[in-house]
Design a protein around this ligand. Sequence first.
Ligand SMILES: Cc1cc2nc3c(=O)[nH]c(=O)nc-3n(C[C@H](O)[C@H](O)[C@H](O)COP(=O)(O)O)c2cc1C
Length: 189
Amino acid sequence: MFYIIVGTNRPDSRSRQVAEIVKAKYSQLEIQAEIIDLAELDLTALKGSMYGQELEGPAGDAIKKINHAEALVMVVPEYNGGVPGVLKHFMDYWSYPVSFEYRPVSYIGLGGRWGGLRPVEHLQQIFGYRNAYSFPERVFLSQVWDLLKDGEILDRGVNDLLSTQVDHFAKFVRALQGAGLDANSNRPG
Ligand SMILES: Cc1cc2nc3c(=O)[nH]c(=O)nc-3n(C[C@H](O)[C@H](O)[C@H](O)COP(=O)(O)O)c2cc1C
């Protein structure tokens, strides 16, 4: 299963709309993809000092899914020049190394002028540090409020970029799996 992570807990976020669009594109390739939307997790589980311990409830269930994901697709909006704090907070509860190591990850940024370049590059730094396989073809959705209407991408060129990313990332993941290099082939223990 591919998991598409909506990198904010803002209700009715544009990131969620983009995740739905991308999910449909994976399904056209007969790839099963499920959305993990931070807005649907009970993030009160993250309060306190539970770092390193298994979380209960929806947030813990989501981490278990991530720990067995074939691949992760990060849909991340730019908040105040970076990754939404809530996403980093959630990621700090993921399991190391299993959530990250050898896991294929692709990136879609949303924002104003720079289309989420900063949060995407920050995530690449985090996943890179934790030895994930970052897919290099990133997509940036600039002035995202003008790009989306009724759950669709209005700009054909941008829509094609997303389709190409989906197609190439699926091949990238299959190639890693074929070589036994992906996270699920390399589970520790
Ligand atoms: C708290 C907050 C901070 C934001 N900061 C930035 C920013 O620094 N740069 C930018 O380009 N857009 C910024 N935006 C705009 C968002 O990137 C844009 O509205 C995007 O659609 C938000 O994604 P969402 O709908 O998934 O929440 C900000 C939006 C919010 C809610």
